[in-house]
Structures are given as structure tokens and as C-alpha cells.
Design a protein around this ligand. Structure first.
Ligand code: NAD
Ligand code: ISE
Length: 341
């Protein structure tokens, strides 16, 4: 079966995903696209090899030529499109964030429960990165004993002027928040944000770097350095320390160069380069689960809700300069983790 996909939001990542759904990935076809910018919609439709351009999100969701929906529009618009897809009973893949408010995330969780089976998957692609998956296998197999601490770094070379201090949690550390919950199978219960000396290479309105300190229900301490003007590259580090050892995320495989008395290895320059293979696997697994009639098996609406509540707490911790407790609702039994976990 070929899964026919309708895309809402044909900007940067929308077109990036259309490229993989149209190119290398078997079993999928992009049949419809929409964007509030008609030129972008037309560009994306051409990229998809002649998909239909439809006027808006509801038209994509209700199109008989669409089996499943991909939401890659701006974050504040995600909830309406995801809720529309659930109402139509269609599987929906939503780029992060699931929604920009906890209330909207909960409306999505509740709508999916009312539908009766999983339809929603959130685009936390690190769960599909081979290095993180190996870490998860080792942790699950008790390879280092009980985890005690996790040290992470999330560095971008630069960010545009529009990037503001809240985005360090909402846009950037949100990936670590999801990854750590998944790796440890534990819940984050509090967050504190420290602000070291600021880099000169930032726009003046931005607090950069930031250090986020999380605690989990089982008492694991997680530190995340978010440094989005590090200059030298896109660098993602993660190390879990347990009672008997540690497991560390491997750097992407790159040739080592030895010359002029030096040994060097390239550093990726952006998230596409670093996580391109993870995105490929993420979409291959999503398309396969839709084709099997399972709707979604990866990061769930509940994971999207938890991530938004925790990023809100991190923003509050930054702005108020104190440790903030994370209060999640009780997890509904339906929202169980799937193969992506
Ligand atoms: P973008 O601005 O390049 O593209 C968004 C597009 O959506 C624009 O073309 C805009 O016109 C369109 N749009 C906005 N509202 C719409 C609506 N209601 N209906 C139809 N079209 C609409 O942004 P982007 O960088 O592609 O980011 C899109 C989403 O992807 C964001 O939520 C972002 O956080 C997420 N993202 C995820 C990752 C990741 O690593 N997983 C990386 C980058 C971006
Ligand atoms: C961006 O939206 C991403 O998702 C990237 O993975 C992250 O590194 C970057 O900081 C965000 O702005």
C-alpha cells in the first residue's frame, strides 16, 4: 500500500520532509500540500512531483486523496491541524512542538483518547538516531547499572536575531527533554536554569549559554548546556552515568585526518547534517506503521504534552531565577509508548 500524505506548511522543514517522502522512501507519496504563502505551496507541490495545492489545512485533512497528514507549519498553528486530523480519523505526524500550550496538548490527548486508538506522532527524531538507540538498548539491558546522572550539551553554531531566550528551552532543549524521558523511562519533576557569563557572539537580547538542571522522579540529575552561538559547529553530546559505568552518545562517524602534526575530524554544521539519517528512519517507521493500520508508534501526544509542560517550567525557571516544579496530569493508560520508545 502506498500511503498518500497531505502536508500542511511548506516551509523549510516541510520541504525537507517532502524531499525524503518523494525521493528515497518507499511506500509514501505526497499528494496534497498547503501553505499560507501560495508561492511556497507551489514550490513544494513541484518538489513532490505534482501534488495538488489546496487552499488550507482543513482542505488537506478532508481530501479523499490524503490518507495521513504531516503538520510542518508554525508551532502555534499545530493544535488546530492535529485536532482536525483526529476529527477526520486520519493519522497525523506533527513536527515539534505538538502545541505551544499545555492546554492545547491536553485537548489533543483527550481527542485521541475519544477516537479510541493512536493517531498522533510527534517529530522527536532523536529517538531514531542510531547512537541514541544504542544508548537506550544499553540502559534498558542494565548495561551500566541504575542511572544516576546525565550530562548533555546542545550547541548550534549561530542563531538568527529572531531567536529569543525562551527558545533555548522551547525550540532547542526540548529535544533533550524528550530524549532523556525516553532514555531513562523516567519523568522530569523539576527544573532550574543557570546563566553563565554570556558569549559576545550573541544578539544582545539573548541569554546564551544557559545551563538547565533537571531532576527526575527517581532522583536522576540531568544537566543540559544549551549554547546556540558556539561558532564551531552543531554539536550534540549526551552521557549517562550509572552505578557500574557510563554510556556516551557517539559522535557521527567522520574520517580522521592526520596532517601537519595534527589529527582532526569534521564537526557537523547543522541539524540536517547531524540527524538526516534519524529523520529518514523516523519517516520510514511512521509510514510503515500507517500502512499497517497502526496509526502511530513513535513519540505520542502524551510525550508532546509532557515536553510542553517541561519547557514551560524551564522558561519560568529562567525568567524567575528559581527551581520550578513540573506538574503533569496523571498519564492516561491509553497513551502508551510504542516502537519509537
Ligand atoms: P518555516 O517558517 O520555514 O515554515 C513554516 C511554514 O508554515 C511557512 O511556509 C508558513 O507560511 C507555513 N504556515 C504557517 N502557518 C500555516 C498554516 N496555518 N497553514 C498552512 N501553512 C502555514 O518553519 P520551519 O523551520 O520549517 O519550522 C516548522 C516547524 O518545524 C516548527 O514547529 C519547528 O519547531 C519545527 N522544526 C523541527 C525541527 C526538528 O529538529 N525536528 C527542526 C526545525 C524545525
Ligand atoms: C531547531 O528548531 C531544532 O529543532 C534543532 O534541532 C535545534 O538544534 C535548534 O536549536 C532549533 O532552533
Amino acid at each position: 500500500m502506498t500511503v498518500r500524505i497531505g502536508v500542511i506548511g511548506a516551509g523549510m522543514i516541510g520541504q525537507y520532509h517532502i524531499g525524503r517522502l518523494t525521493g528515497a522512501l518507499a511506500g509514501a507519496e505526497v499528494t496534497a500540500v498547503t501553505d499560507i504563502d501560495p508561492a511556497r505551496a507551489a514550490e513544494a507541490a513541484a518538489l513532490a512531483g505534482g501534488a495538488q495545492v489546496l487552499p488550507d489545512g482543513p482542505a488537506v485533512v478532508s481530501s479523499p486523496a490524503v490518507d495521513a497528514v504531516l503538520v510542518t507549519s508554525w508551532g502555534p498553528t499545530h493544535a488546530e491541524h492535529v485536532l482536525g486530523a483526529i476529527a477526520a480519523g486520519k493519522p497525523v505526524f506533527c513536527e515539534k512542538p505538538l502545541a505551544t500550550t499545555a492546554e492545547d496538548c491536553l485537548r489533543i490527548v483527550e481527542a485521541e483518547i475519544a477516537h479510541g486508538s493512536r493517531l498522533v506522532q510527534v517529530g522527536f527524531m532523536r529517538r531514531y538516531d542510531e547512537g541514541y538507540r544504542e544508548m537506550k538498548r544499553i540502559l534498558d539491558a542494565d548495561g551500566i547499572g541504575e542511572p544516576l546522572m546525565v550530562h548533555c550539551a546542545h550547541r548550534n553554531p549561530t542563531v538568527p536575531e529572531a531567536y529569543h531566550s525562551r527558545m533555548a528551552a522551547q525550540d532547542t532543549a526540548v529535544h533533550e527533554i524528550d530524549t532523556v524521558r525516553w532514555l531513562l523511562d523516567d519523568e522530569i519533576t523539576s527544573v532550574q536554569v543557570l546563566t553563565p557569563r554570556a558569549t559576545r557572539h550573541r544578539f544582545p537580547h539573548l541569554t546564551d549559554p544557559q545551563i538547565m538542571l533537571f531532576e527526575t522522579a527517581r532522583g536522576v540529575r540531568v544537566d543540559v548546556e544549551v549554547f546556540v552561538n558556539c561558532q564551531y559547529g552543531y554539536d550534540i553530546q549526551c552521557e549517562a552515568v550509572g552505578e557500574r559505568g557510563l554510556v556516551r552518545l557517539p559522535d557521527p562517524a567522520r574520517a580522521g585526518v592526520r596532517t601537519a602534526e595534527r589529527h582532526s575530524t569534521g564537526v557537523p554544521q547543522d541539524w540536517k547534517e547531524r540527524f538526516g539519517a534519524a529523520f529518514d528512519t523516523e519517516f520510514a517507521e511512521w509510514v510503515a506503521s500507517v500502512a499497517r493500520g497502526e496509526g502511530a508508534t513513535g513519540p505520542s501526544a502524551w510525550d508532546g504534552y509532557a515536553a510542553t509542560v517541561i519547557t514551560d517550567a524551564a522558561v519560568e525557571a529562567l525568567e524567575e531565577g528559581r527551581t520550578v516544579a513540573v506538574h503533569l496530569k496523571d498519564r492516561p493508560p491509553f497513551s502508551t509508548p510504542g516502537a519509537g520508545r
